[in-house]
Design a protein around this ligand. Structure first.
Ligand code: ARG
Length: 453
């Protein structure tokens, strides 16, 4: 028997039952019960159930909670969704009074509440996952602060910087992702309970009581908006998709860095994977999978937006599919953050030094410091590199003779190895080892301050 069988005279086709019910929402079991307890408390406050009935309902729901927590909650094949299952079980446990639980409520506001409760908690989880990865990034950056590598633009060696600098670039991206989860949580934490099917209720409901019971400070102000809108889900998926996009970029760098051509990192056997055909290979499959899972999460975001765009106002069953998208996005973000934190912890760094010509900007800026216009300095250093190229030489071993007829002085080119160039970076936020250490301190300060309690 379905919940809604009253006006139906024929049993539901098995094919329709199979097609319309989706066990994906079973993840909402615990929050569904918590939401129902809050709803019952609001019903008591509004005088819609007596204190005694309310007590029985809460006791029954608490029993459901025990079953749910112990993993012993049993679904029946006829349970259309998690909400139906909980109500069915409640009636089994407490008898007829259980039939009062849905007073002034619809699954339309119920499912919106459940999802909000679930995602509010999930956001805290992802923020914790980000904190863990950021903390490993900061630790590793501190450790390798003195190792100098080229920074890249257009995948060409650009300027010598501390190896900690690219690592921390990812830490800063992730800290903004963390803020996005916090921002999303603020808009998620609005209770839709009391919106009913979408138009509200003729009963004197107390939505603010239910909101306070679930721990949300804010209540909906338009009942149609409350049941029909899923921008809070899309926003959560966006937070996941943007974080995954950052992780995917980081993964791509790890793949590059682990190649023979870069030779920056080695992955221990415990975290590399082999090739079934090529005995010598050590692949970084973890990073490759993060990269492609980011693509699927971007797909989840597109699905969330497309799902909403043509819906007539009000709840529509289309919205049932939001759960698959958001749970997938959330699980993928969580899993990727965790595995990359672990991987990063075991990577061995041994990058070769940057090419000698990466000190070209240092030479030009020394000239600028003594008053040469930058364009002129750029031109002169470029010309010097061309002259050196002829004998297969580069900056780093330049003598007086090489500078004849040039505006470049020996003091401009000496000392000019990449380590020196990285150490001399002094603009705020630049890639010097000192800047990396200052960034590490700032990141630790911010993440400690952001810890709850
Ligand atoms: N299972 C549905 C969902 O996930 C719950 C709401 C169903 N409401 C309805 N009137 N059929 O969206």
């Amino acid at each position: 028997m379905t919940l809604w069988g009253g006006r139906f005279t024929e049993p539901l086709s098995q094919a329709v039952r199979d097609f319309t019910s989706d066990p994906a929402d079973r993840r909402l079991l615990l929050v569904d019960v918590h939401g129902s307890i809050a709803h019952v408390r609001a019903l008591i406050a509004a005088g819609l159930v007596s204190g005694e009935e309310g007590q029985d309902l809460v006791a029954g729901l608490e029993q459901v909670l025990v079953e749910a927590t112990a993993g012993g909650f049993v679904y029946e094949p006829t349970d259309e969704d998690v909400h139906t299952a909980v109500e069915r079980r409640l009636v089994e446990l407490v008898g007829d009074v259980g039939k009062k639980v849905h007073t002034g409520r619809s699954r339309n506001d119920q499912v919106a509440l459940d999802l909000r409760l679930y995602l509010h908690q999930a956001a805290t989880g992802r923020m914790g996952d980000i904190d863990r990865l950021v903390s490993v990034l900061a630790d590793r950056a501190e450790e390798v602060a003195e190792i100098v590598v080229p920074s890249y633009t257009h995948l060409q060696q650009a300027q010598p910087v501390s190896l900690g600098h690219p690592l921390l670039a990812y830490a800063w991206m992730l800290l903004r992702d963390r803020e996005r989860f916090a921002d999303a949580a603020a808009r998620i934490g609005v209770s839709p309970l009391g919106a009913g099917a979408g138009g509200g209720s003729t009963l004197p409901l107390r939505p603010e009581v239910a909101a306070a019971e679930v721990g949300f400070d804010t209540v909906f102000t338009n009942s149609l908006d409350a049941v029909a809108s899923r921008d809070f889900v899309a926003e959560y998926v966006f937070a996941c998709a943007q974080a995954m996009t950052h992780l995917s970029r980081f993964a791509e760098d790890l793949v590059l860095w682990s190649s023979a051509e870069f030779g920056w990192i080695t992955i221990p056997d415990s975290h590399a994977t082999g090739s079934s055909a090529l005995p010598h290979k050590r692949n970084l499959d973890v990073a490759e999978l993060v990269r492609s899972r980011a693509a699927v999460v971007i797909g989840d975001l597109v699905a969330m937006l497309a799902m909403q765009k043509g819906l007539p106002l009000g709840y529509n069953r289309d919205l049932q599919e939001d759960k698959r998208a958001v749970f997938h996005a959330d699980d993928t973000a969580s899993g990727s953050l965790a595995v990359l934190a672990e991987l990063l912890g075991v990577i061995e760094f041994h990058p070769p030094p940057p090419a000698p010509e990466t000190v070209a900007l240092l030479v030009a800026e020394r000239m600028v410091s003594r008053g040469v216009p930058f364009r002129e300095a750029h031109q002169q250093v470029g010309a010097l590199l061309t002259r050196l190229d002829v004998d297969g030489r580069s900056l780093g071993n330049v003598g007086e003779k090489d500078l004849e007829g040039s505006a470049i002085r020996l003091a401009d080119v000496e000392p000019s190895d990449p380590d020196e160039a990285a150490r001399r970076l002094q603009s705020p936020g630049s890639g010097s080892p000192q800047s990396v250490l200052a960034q590490v301190a700032e990141i630790r300060h911010r993440t400690n301050a952001a810890q709850p309690g």
